[in-house]
Design a protein around this ligand. Structure first.
Ligand SMILES: *Cc1c(COP(=O)(O)O)cnc(C)c1O
Length: 511
């Protein structure tokens, strides 16, 4: 669950008086200077003092505008916010893209779409996950556009739509699998399904799409694209073509502008992950996010080489300690275990030294993390432990409490860290994912728990189509009402049952 705190709500409407978080090295100080912080959960304040992801919302909007300028007039733009908005937080990414003129949003999972709806986002949302019978009603109630992979699901959606008396027909997009293997109709199944779907009540076939492996296999993707376009021509001739045909994601959009068709579904480009071809094609996007971490300690390596693994710092080397690690999803660069790997790395270094980086191509393994402090930047040589990172700080004059930027190839892994959103260089909101522990209670046998039922927050089991199961209910273990009090640390999850839980082993109802 993402708790979002709007700094502007409590202050003078301009956020904190200090400059942009992080940019002046006083980022945390400027955040902590706000009155709002007093109302934030203590755990959030504590986490912010350790690490945060900063996201420039203006940059996200500018990236969307850049992609829009690249499109033919009239082509629709669906902004993909899967993977929690590629690590920057799906909710604020979705709000920003919708406000900047995205025609629709795309999520990979139902739960992500439901979160967006619960946060008040009303834009059209296409869910790439196809509905299954116990979950159909979520699509219908929340007006989520459905991806359909088979006739049975289409009929089931139609029946439920009629049974629920949903006003507007549900928009459905058929997905065809041209070979990616992630699911979808076989090309030959599309025409018969479309022919039979015209008369179905409660649903309307709005789109037909496919997803191709362009990023890793561009030549193959172009062949598959040709096959897809032949299928579309065939449907046109039979008068079966749905209004929105789409196939281009970031890579295909740049590789084959003729693949834009009626709509494009763009993720990577919006978050500044640009294929080199994008720049060549005049499509300039920039990364909107940075991972900022406070240095915990700096010391000189003693005679024993530091770390579990050791071997990366000689005696006397300055060693910095960062409070982030494997638990934050961070991984060191792939190690060269085998002589073959070592030769490849050596070869790359040689070529790099000769200034021949371009020769290496985009498909080589991503570079390992780097650390930046001020204007200096070095490769991260060291070790990640569960909650720590130790590294050789040679070349970076670091002091405890100072902020450094960790440059990682993808921000999706540490997406559970708090995200601080900036607009006009000032913090405007913080998203903080937290785990709330809900207790399973069976109706009838439950003792009255403080805080009543889960009510407003979770879909009530009694009426939700895919609730917790027969007669089961979920309620917050802490009976929490406020976001602050509702936060339960992962450690608490393994604590013994608390008051309001089953008092007797016979009452255990996990079945
Ligand atoms: C992820 C995804 C996209 C976006 O791909 P990018 O490479 O991030 O632009 C588009 N469509 C589908 C179905 C996806 O799963």
């Amino acid at each position: 669950m993402t708790v979002e705190h709007h700094l502007q709500a409590s202050g003078d409407g301009q956020g904190p008086a200090a400059g942009p978080a992080g940019s002046d090295g006083k980022g945390i100080a400027s955040l902590f200077a706000t009155d709002t912080l007093a109302t934030w959960p203590d755990e959030l304040a504590a986490t912010l003092a350790r690490a945060r992801i900063e996201v420039d919302l203006d940059m996200l909007a500018a990236n969307l505008a850049a992609v829009r300028r690249f499109l033919q007039p009239g082509t629709r733009l669906l902004a993909v916010v899967k993977g929690d908005g590629y690590g920057v937080g799906a909710e604020m990414a979705a709000r920003t893209f919708a406000a900047a003129g995205a025609d629709a949003l795309g999520t990979a999972t139902l739960e992500s779409a439901l979160r967006l709806r619960r946060s008040g986002i009303t834009a059209p949302i296409l869910v790439f996950q196809p509905p299954e019978p116990p979950l159909l009603d979520f699509w219908l109630r929340e007006g989520l556009q459905a991806t359909v992979h088979d006739a049975a699901t289409l009929h089931a959606l139609s029946q439920r739509a009629v049974a629920l008396g949903v006003g507007r027909p549900l928009a459905v997009h058929l997905e065809v699998d041209m070979g990616l293997g992630r699911g979808g109709l076989a090309p030959g199944q599309v025409a018969p399904l479309l022919a039979g779907a015209a008369s179905l009540p409660g649903v309307r076939i709005e789109g037909l799409y496919t997803h191709l492996p362009t990023a890793a296999r561009p030549r193959l993707a172009l062949r598959l694209l040709d096959r897809f376009l032949r299928l579309v021509r065939d449907l046109e001739e039979r008068g079966l073509r749905p209004p929105l045909v789409h196939c281009a994601e970031s890579h295909l959009l740049v590789l084959a502008p003729y693949a834009q068709l009626d709509m494009v579904r763009v993720g990577n480009l919006l978050y500044g992950y640009a294929p080199r071809a994008a720049r060549r094609a005049g499509l300039a996007v920039r990364p909107p996010s940075r991972l900022v971490v406070r240095v915990w300690a700096v010391h000189r390596a003693g005679d024993m080489t530091p770390g579990y693994r050791g071997g990366w710092a000689r005696p006397g080397t300055p060693v910095a300690v960062l409070p982030v690690g494997l638990a934050d999803g961070l991984r060191p660069a792939r190690e060269a275990r085998h002589w073959g790997d070592r030769m490849v790395i050596l070869g790359r270094r040689l070529l790099g030294a000769l200034g021949a980086r371009q020769v290496l191509g985009a498909s080589t393994a991503p570079p390992g993390p780097r650390v930046r402090a001020g204007h200096r930047e070095v490769p991260l040589r060291g070790e990640f432990m569960m909650n720590h990172c130790l590294f050789d700080a040679t070349g970076l004059p670091l002091a405890p409490g100072q902020e450094v930027e960790l440059l990682v190839s993808r921000l999706t892994a540490p997406a559970h860290l708090p995200v601080v959103y900036l607009r006009g260089g000032r913090p405007v909101a913080v998203a903080w994912p937290q785990r709330q522990v809900l207790e399973c209670v069976t109706a009838g046998t439950a003792t009255a728990a403080p805080g009543g039922t889960a009510g407003g927050d979770a879909p009530a089991a009694a009426e939700a189509p895919a609730g917790a199961g027969d007669g089961q209910e979920l309620r917050p273990v802490t009976g929490a009402a406020s976001p602050g009090a509702g936060a339960v640390s992962p450690e608490a999850a393994v604590a013994p049952p608390v008051a309001g839980g089953p008092a007797h082993p016979d009452e255990e109802t996990m079945g």
